[in-house]
Design a protein around this ligand. Structure first.
Ligand SMILES: CC(C)(COP(=O)(O)OP(=O)(O)OC[C@H]1O[C@@H](n2cnc3c(N)ncnc32)[C@H](O)[C@@H]1OP(=O)(O)O)[C@@H](O)C(=O)NCCC(=O)NCCS
Length: 153
């Protein structure tokens, strides 16, 4: 029997502030990040409201059958959008890493109505995230410090 799930991304709103805070402080997410220090609530609130107002920063919430299951953010930096993404711990291991990146890029393309370039940096040893970008067909480069850089254009 096949089970079909409804997978979508939608723009993040103010009400997602707490959820994104909790996801950001989940230990594996901090560990995968380039600033691994715990994030304080007051710091997060300011950061999040700035991001929502910034036209060069796009945050989508990934939903599985109507339930929030992850976030993907694209920050425009020069010619590239830089990716940050995570899946809620309880939803990991179901192929949703792949789904959130694909859906995120599709939505970004339709939002910007132009050809877009996307880059992701993956810390050395984060094999699961590296696999997501490899499977989608991003171009991979190993950086001098062992981290991986993935480009999609
Ligand atoms: C990275 C992340 C978003 C991936 O989502 P996920 O739901 O865990 O991963 P998926 O189920 O989509 O799996 C991706 C690949 O890794 C493999 N994989 C998943 N879990 C695995 C595990 N525990 N051990 C080994 N391989 C695993 C899958 O088989 C899949 O490869 P395949 O398509 O060739 O089979 C998620 O693990 C996460 O939020 N991690 C913490 C934050 C993070 O690392 N963000 C990325 C920063 S660059």
């Amino acid at each position: 029997m096949e089970i079909f799930l409804n997978l979508i991304v939608r723009p993040a709103i103010e009400d997602d502030c707490k959820l994104i805070f909790e996801w950001a402080n989940e230990p594996e997410v901090r560990n995968a990040s380039f600033h691994s220090k715990k994030i304080e609530w007051s710091e997060h609130k300011n950061w999040f409201s700035e991001k929502l107002q910034n036209p060069d920063s796009i945050i989508y919430i990934f939903e599985v059958d109507g339930e929030a299951a992850g976030q993907i953010r694209f920050d425009k930096n020069g010619e590239f959008f830089e990716i940050d993404y995570s899946i809620d711990k309880k939803y990991r291991g179901n192929g949703f890493g792949n789904a959130i990146v694909r859906l995120g890029i599709t939505n970004l393309k339709s939002q910007f109505k132009e050809s877009i370039r996307v880059v992701a940096r993956v810390k050395e040893g984060n094999l699961i995230s590296a696999k997501v970008f490899q499977n989608i067909g991003f171009k991979e480069t190993k950086l001098g410090n062992g981290d991986l850089q993935f480009v999609y254009e």
